[in-house]
Design a protein around this ligand. Structure first.
Ligand code: IMP
Length: 214
């Protein structure tokens, strides 16, 4: 049985990662389960210019602290009309700190104001997720990415998900991620695509059968 540490403090990301990995027979533990207290230095792990760089930095850090095979996600929103901003700045784009809901609300308000006056046909966007697996024992490093395309709405729809989800209309689902159920989002999201690619890399044949149903 494969056990992985999922290196995130985000409740939303942890829920999605757990659902996607556990469906493939992987046991997931979180930093808090391992007694890894949240340290101020974690705020400074994401200083890279790409999602992949940041995911590698997070996975290295938590693999060192836990000694376990560790998966880290770095993800965000890329808006075409904004030159792919906020990108790696997605989490702190509006400069807000505090509880996740307040940070998300500030980011969403900022997104709407940056896109004010941009017509419907020019609001394309995508979420991108880079995932890294580091196995300290075998010295193995895997990096994969997933993308999901859509556009940015002019007002929020739905309250499900987290982050920019109420403003992100997903082309594949024909609704916003804020309106989608967790199961719907987990079928098509950037994170789901990245986890599928990661499972291809790490799972022996019996897991692949289950993984095909994700
Ligand atoms: P980080 O990967 O922890 O640096 O932050 C990712 C940020 O990108 C989150 O705080 C959200 O603002 C945004 N983001 C990434 N994935 C999602 C998603 O699935 N839904 C909504 N927002 C997301």
């Amino acid at each position: 049985m494969v056990t992985l540490l999922v290196a995130t403090r985000s409740v939303g990301k942890a829920r999605e990662a757990k659902a996607l990995l556990e469906a493939a027979g992987v046991t997931v533990v979180l930093p808090a389960d391992q007694g890894l207290a949240e340290l101020p230095e974690e705020e400074h792990l994401e200083v890279g210019t790409t999602f992949a760089e940041n995911a590698v930095a997070k996975a290295r850090y938590f693999a060192r602290r836990s000694g376990m095979p560790t998966v880290a996600d770095d993800s965000g929103l890329e808006v075409t009309a904004l030159g792919n901003a906020p990108g790696v700045q997605s989490k702190r784009w509006a400069g807000a700190f505090g509880v996740p809901l307040a940070v998300d609300q500030a980011n969403n308000a900022h997104l709407l104001s940056e896109l004010a006056g941009v017509p419907d046909g020019e609001r394309q966007a995508q979420y991108r997720c880079a995932l890294t697996l580091i196995d300290p024992e075998g010295g193995r490093l895997v990096v994969v990415e997933g993308v999901v395309r859509g556009h940015i709405l002019t007002e929020p729809r739905g309250t499900n998900g987290f982050g920019y989800d109420p403003l992100f209309f997903c082309d594949l689902l024909g609704k916003s991620f804020g309106q989608a159920t967790a199961e719907e989002k987990d079928r098509v999201s950037h994170r789901a695509e990245a986890f599928r690619a990661l499972l291809e890399e790490i799972c022996p044949a019996p897991f692949n059968t289950v993984k095909g149903q994700l």
